[in-house]
Ligand binder design. Structure first.
Ligand SMILES: [Zn+2]
Ligand SMILES: [Zn+2]
Ligand SMILES: [Zn+2]
Length: 103
């Protein structure tokens, strides 16, 4: 199953929120459409806190959810390795759950 949601990264505007290339650049996550399709069931991305933005600082999309703010997960079990945070000790995505936080 999949569903369309308003693009988290650009808040549905379809424009690059950081104006990285130019103020009229299209959002790289939704290609300017303002909506993205996600697989369901989906859970809020723990790696970026659902913002769709890379928490490591760069003004780019989250590397775990690709800027969508949520990840496909059929499990409700927090990852035993990162305890559901999605992060390894070095701040990179957990190698076991790939940053999703569940498995
Ligand atoms: Zn967008
Ligand atoms: Zn994310
Ligand atoms: Zn993990």
């Amino acid at each position: 199953m999949s569903k369309k949601i308003s693009c988290t990264f650009c808040r549905g505007t379809g424009k690059d929120p950081f104006e990285l290339l130019s103020p009229i650049s299209d959002c790289l996550v939704c290609n300017g459409k303002g909506q993205v399709e996600i697989e369901t069931p989906a859970k809020k991305c723990v790696f970026c806190g659902g913002t769709g933005r890379n928490p490591l600082g760069a003004r780019v999309a989250c590397i775990v959810c690709n800027g969508k703010g949520s990840n496909f997960s059929i499990s409700d079990q927090p990852c035993v390795q990162c305890k559901g945070t999605g992060k390894a000790s070095d701040g990179l995505p957990c190698t076991r759950c790939k940053g999703v936080g569940f498995n």
